[in-house]
Design a protein around this ligand. Structure first.
Ligand code: NAD
Length: 424
């Protein structure tokens, strides 16, 4: 075995588990303070996701750590070869503010299971959660936490890590990759973008609208895999807007500002950015509240289509399926595509490229340990969760062994002869 023993790795994972259990309430309070995240959502989308990643790693570690025997061609024999898992070394994890606990600790689970040491740089825009995260090293040896923003991250990026795992926007992703290139450090980039959603009349409108509304407006729309915009046949636009509004009322009431379950925008800058995209959205600056806002957008030139929305604004654009597919294909590859339509699923899966596809459902691909989570093209590179995290943070090192005698290699070594040439 290379790197820490299975016992040490288990202890580290159990230490992280204990951190989450000991600080359960404090973490929820921090998430409420940073994002007005409801305690239930904190459990479902943050703490619960990390605990299930830990559970998966603890259950499978023994199996993952076993060397894998490789098959060799007959001409190599006698010989044997195997893949021996090796930790990458020291890993830097840079995380964003929208799921500030989950996106710092879910990658950490993979890094620890694989036997690495890790440095976490939480987002400065979720300061209460960042403060709690700085306690992790007391529970898990081999982990350090650096608090700060651009300056501190820039300094970290000059250091020689063995892997950088970055979650955030594409602009900073480019900065990270450029800095990593100087040290030839490999990167995983979990980025964002506009995840399109298609809905047509072949599915139950009310049921689909509820799933779309939930995935869009959870965490006040500040979710990397939220449906960014919605496309449907032009004749359905008004009905779709009404159905999503009904779903919003059913989940968050007539005035979501009064709901304990509806979040807030992270800060003034993002609040202003969102209002610039949709100036007539119902909002309250003092409370950083932007209402769940679904609206018919005449076409794809609406301001909200110019960038990743990352907030509770949902434009609905009327277009036919073929046009929708062409539109998606013409843009950067999204993190997810959601399809609510019987025939449409096959067309989107086969004709477009994205990190993942959700058919009849949105968001769920991000929460299961059995599903690799990651983007493609502009939405990122690499994947994690469950076994994929292990793969991301492990070098599977081939080790080949051959006895010195009998010396079968002579058959392919000089001096060459017609017989040897025939064998080669
Ligand atoms: P961000 O890219 O602004 O920041 C991410 C991290 O990078 C933070 O820790 C921040 O301190 C650091 N950072 C910011 N500017 C930097 C700079 N100039 N140099 C070095 N480091 C810098 O992202 P964000 O605003 O925190 O998060 C929102 C973005 O993240 C959205 O685009 C969203 O889609 C994406 N996201 C992706 C995923 C995913 O899993 N794919 C998950 C959540 C968020």
């Amino acid at each position: 075995m290379i790197g820490p023993s299975i016992t040490v790795r288990r202890q580290r994972l159990e230490g992280l588990q204990k951190f989450l259990i000991d600080h359960h309430q404090i973490i929820k309070d921090a998430l409420y303070s940073d994002l007005r995240k409801s305690p239930q959502e904190a459990d479902l989308t943050e703490i619960g996701v990390v605990l299930s990643e830990i559970g998966c790693a603890l259950k499978n570690l023994d199996n993952w750590m076993r060397p894998r025997r490789l098959r060799l061609p007959l001409s190599y024999l006698p010989a044997s070869a195997s893949l021996v898992p090796e930790p990458l070394g020291s890993v830097l994890i840079i995380s964003p503010w929208n799921y500030p606990l989950q996106l710092a600790l879910a990658p950490l689970v993979g890094a620890l299971a694989a036997g690495n040491t890790a440095t976490i740089k939480p987002s400065e825009l979720a300061p209460a959660t960042a403060e709690i995260l700085s306690l992790v090293p007391h529970y898990v040896p081999g982990v350090s936490v650096v608090l700060g923003g651009v300056e501190e991250t820039t300094a970290l990026l000059t250091q020689d890590f063995d892997h950088i795992f970055f979650t955030g926007g594409g602009a900073v992703g480019r900065i990270v990759m450029e800095a990593a290139a100087k040290n030839l450090t490999p990167v995983t980039l979990e980025l964002g973008g506009k995840s399109p959603t298609w809905l047509d009349s072949s599915v139950n409108l009310g049921a689909a609208a509820r799933r779309i509304a939930w995935a869009k407006f959870i965490n006040a729309g500040q979710t990397c895999v939220a449906p960014d915009y919605l496309m449907c046949p032009p004749s359905m636009v008004d009905d779709v807007v009404a159905a999503i509004n009904n779903a919003v009322h059913a989940m968050w009431g007539k005035n979501p500002q009064d709901s304990h379950d509806y979040g807030r925008i992270i800060n003034d800058r993002h609040f202003e950015r969102l209002l610039a995209l949709k100036p007539d959205a119902i909002s309250d600056r003092n409370d950083l509240y932007v209402a769940p806002t679904v609206f018919a957008a005449e076409n794809t030139t609406h301001d909200s289509m110019s960038e990743e929305i990352f907030g509770p604004l949902l434009p609905v654009i009327g277009m036919e399926l073929a046009e929708a597919i062409e539109y998606v294909k013409s843009g950067p590859k999204p993190l997810a595509i959601y399809v609510f339509g019987r025939e449409a699923k096959k067309h989107f899966v086969e004709q477009t490229s994205s990190g993942a596809v959700g058919s009849g459902v949105a968001l769920l691909q991000a929460g299961a340990t059995g599903i690799p989570f990651g983007g493609i093209g502009a939405s990122g590179m690499g994947a994690y969760h469950g076994k994929s995290s292990w793969n991301t943070f492990t070098h599977m090192k081939p080790v080949i062994s051959k006895p010195l005698f009998p010396d079968t290699l002579r058959m392919i070594q000089p001096p060459y002869s017609p017989l040897k040439t025939a064998i080669i």
